[in-house]
Design a protein around this ligand. Structure first.
Ligand code: SAH
Ligand code: SF4
Ligand code: F3S
Length: 433
């Protein structure tokens, strides 16, 4: 009963947590497998952020249950945010889940697994911690070019639409010395790029060290060439952090700056703590201080009571800022959130669809225009692997854009200068210079 299969949904934090879970299980003599058929233990590390995330997991549980029928003793476990969010629902006998563990409970997994097998009793562990940062666990990474490092966990912002503060609990940051240790291990393994992760990464604070200090400390590690971070909140961008991105050559000139909505009344109802004008001023300042800055964002359309003309404010900000790309979502009411308690989900599905369709169309045109502006420029590209098309490689430039070029035997993990010759909405295509 020792082979474990884990499937991961949701954000990069969940990907990182899966690495932590794998490391904990390996330390306890479990084997990992990529094949669900081979496993006696099936884990889904889940996401709760939007409705379709839940649907996907329920479908998957049902599919995996078919596997279980063949071998009675298989254990099915649900980890992550959905575990935290839907404990009672998941523990209902009909769902067929044996173990439910939230994001702060992964150190208990070995003991829980023992109990499930020995006592044949369902197990759950869902208390959220104010301290757990898993800083004593250095996850074992697969080979790769980029490595993620969680530097803070949890979120105290309570945006009214968002379930994350309930599934991930309170904000806590890791000791910078401990982060630097992990970065050193990664560079020893050959990683050249790291991405500092947190639900609200720029509110990082450990003693007197803030997020800008952390970037600067990490950048001193030999072998680190690129530092990225995600996701920041617009409220935590002091001048010092912007100057760090501007002046530290290892900090990538890419900022993911979630807007969510362009209308101040809606932003206020979302509890985002900035106005449309605040956001635009922040962007102006960033663009002025960081030439060639790549900006990306997240948008929600159809938040409760949002009118067509308020939605137009979102389009207005999109046109003004010209983000390089955007993740765009229809509002989806989540259990536990403030919005679900205070604001009925009153924008119709048709209206949400109409708004997202127009938004996606607008953003596609802007992404294409932004990409075309790069034709003729030369970028340093960190090679990540083979492109979709045979005979081509892909990598990313400093601004996190995908760059595709002819494979003439260049090595994955190396930097190469590429001159851009063609651009599409999502990709830059170029040639080696
Ligand atoms: N901590 C990050 C990401 C949170 S989740 C941040 O603050 O940026 C990622 C994105 O999902 C959010 O930025 C938001 O755009 C979207 N999202 C979150 N809750 C949502 C909901 N209830 N409905 C639709 N989109 C949502
Ligand atoms: Fe959710 Fe807002 Fe926290 Fe991001 S900042 S995780 S959107 S509550
Ligand atoms: Fe989803 Fe949890 Fe991440 S809700 S987006 S997996 S923090």
């Amino acid at each position: 009963m020792r082979k474990v299969y884990i499937e991961t949904y949701g954000c990069q934090m969940n990907e990182y947590d899966t690495e932590i879970v794998k490391t904990i299980l390996k330390q306890n003599n479990y084997d990992l497998t990529e094949q669900p058929e081979e496993a006696q233990i099936l884990f889904l590390n889940t996401c709760s952020v939007r409705e379709n995330a839940h649907q996907k997991v329920y479908q998957r549980i049902n599919t995996l249950k078919q596997l279980r029928k063949k071998e009675k003793k298989r254990v099915m476990g649900v980890l992550g945010c959905m575990a935290q969010n839907l404990r009672d629902e998941l523990l209902d006998e009909k769902v067929g889940v044996d173990l439910v563990a939230g994001p702060d409970s992964y150190k208990k997994l070995p003991a829980m697994l023992e109990s499930v097998v020995q006592d044949d009793a369902r197990q759950y562990a869902l208390s959220l911690s104010e301290y757990e940062t898993y800083s004593d666990i250095f996850p074992v990474r697969e080979e790769g070019v980029n490595s993620w490092i969680a530097v803070m966990r949890g979120c105290d912002n309570f945006c009214t639409f968002c379930v994350v503060p309930y599934t991930r609990g309170r904000e806590r940051s890791r000791d910078p010395l401990n982060v630097v240790d992990e970065v050193k291990r990664l560079t020893d393994q050959g990683f050249k790029q790291i991405t500092l992760l947190g639900q609200n990464v720029n509110s990082y604070q450990y003693g007197t060290s803030d997020f800008a200090d952390l970037i600067n400390e990490v950048s001193k590690v030999d072998g680190i060439e690129r530092i990225r971070f995600t996701s920041p909140h617009p409220k935590d961008f002091p001048q010092k952090l912007i100057e760090t991105v501007a002046n530290n050559p290892k900090a990538c000139r890419h900022i993911h700056l979630p807007l969510q909505a362009g209308n101040t009344r809606i932003l206020d109802m979302m509890n985002r703590t900035y106005t449309k004008e605040d956001f635009l001023h922040l962007v102006d300042y960033m663009k002025e201080r960081i030439p060639d800055l790549a900006l990306t964002t997240d948008i929600i359309v159809g938040f409760p009571t949002e009118t067509e003309s308020e939605y137009q404010d979102t389009l207005d900000v999109i046109r003004t800022v010209e983000f390089d790309s955007a993740f765009m979502f229809k509002y989806s009411e989540r259990k536990q959130t403030i919005a679900s308690r205070k604001y009925p989900d009153d924008v119709s599905e048709e209206e949400k669809t109409s708004r997202i369709t127009r938004l996606v169309e607008l953003q596609r045109n802007i992404s294409l225009k932004r990409n075309q502006q790069h034709i003729g420029k030369v970028f340093s590209v960190l090679i990540e692997g083979k492109a979709k098309k045979d005979g081509q490689l892909m990598g990313r430039n400093d601004g996190n854009k995908i760059v595709v070029f002819a494979d003439t035997g260049q090595k994955i993990g190396e930097f190469i200068n590429i001159k851009i010759t063609t651009a599409s909405t999502n990709t830059l295509i170029g040639e080696v210079v």
